[in-house]
Design a protein around this ligand. Sequence first.
Ligand code: C2E
Ligand code: CA
Ligand code: CA
Ligand code: CA
Length: 279
Amino acid sequence: RAKTAAYRARSLGGDRTVVLDAGGTSAARLRRAIAEGELVVHYQPVVTLPDGAVTSAEALVRWTDPERGPVPPDVFVPRAERDGSVVELGRFVLDEAVAQLVAWQGRPGLPRTVAVNVSYLELCRPDYADDVLVTLRAAGLPPAVLVVEVTETTLGRSEEHVLENLRVLREAGVGVSIDDFGTGYSSLSRLERMPVTQLKVDRSFVARLGPGTERTPVLAAVVALARGLGLPVVAEGVETAEQAAALAALGCTHAQGYHFGRPAPAAVLGTGDPVTRQR
Ligand code: C2E
Ligand code: CA
Ligand code: CA
Ligand code: CA
């Protein structure tokens, strides 16, 4: 299996470090990291605008390699997407998020829903949606407590199972969010037919909201588009009160960013008992 991943990484012309990683292939290394408990999930609050009430949280994975220290997800997630181990990574994050949702259920002021990032390769698996629904049911959770975040790029790739999985999840009541919206040239005509419940505006557009910048046409257009489609819109990367106010004025319904809270262990969001599952 590891051999296949290495071969695939090489045949894709991928970077050689994937193949020559000291701990074996990067896929084997990540799988070991999961098994050894080196990965944890942090949660970043998503709030409503303009009041700033916490409604949801995004699950963001963190890896601390005992030898190399923290490895940024921007480094290891793309690698895991290339070598296939993102399937195991996604499974780990989903299990953690579901356990955390159980602990948060019915606690006022704590997230009612959790969003997980889902990669293209996960959605290509024919039984992805069924696995997710079985996991939720086993935990006694209604499907609506989970949101899957899918990038525009993933949605744009024509693999039959991707859309089918999203439709099954959507029909069962799971939320489907388009992540990094505005960066991937979504076909606007297709958007109407997509099983989507929410748009997430990429933080590059929010970053342009600041003193001295009065025109943010793409941001305004994305918010207007979401409203036209009747979808909530989350602005990511909100770092200042001024940005939050400007977004609320544009009609943006939700926000996420350092201004409201950084990604942190679940306990930081207010619960007394963060969940660490026994493996
Ligand atoms: P993303 O899904 O777009 O996640 C948002 C990123 O923005 C996170 O980076 C978050 O820490 C960062 N962020 C949040 N608020 C602010 C802010 O106010 N200012 C700035 N400058 N940044 C902010 P992070 O945690 O480093 O994750 C990077 C990317 O890695 C994510 O981008 C996502 O694509 C991927 N990723 C993270 N966790 C997972 C996972 O469990 N599965 C998968 N497939 N991908 C993941
Ligand atoms: Ca995301
Ligand atoms: Ca994003
Ligand atoms: Ca991003």
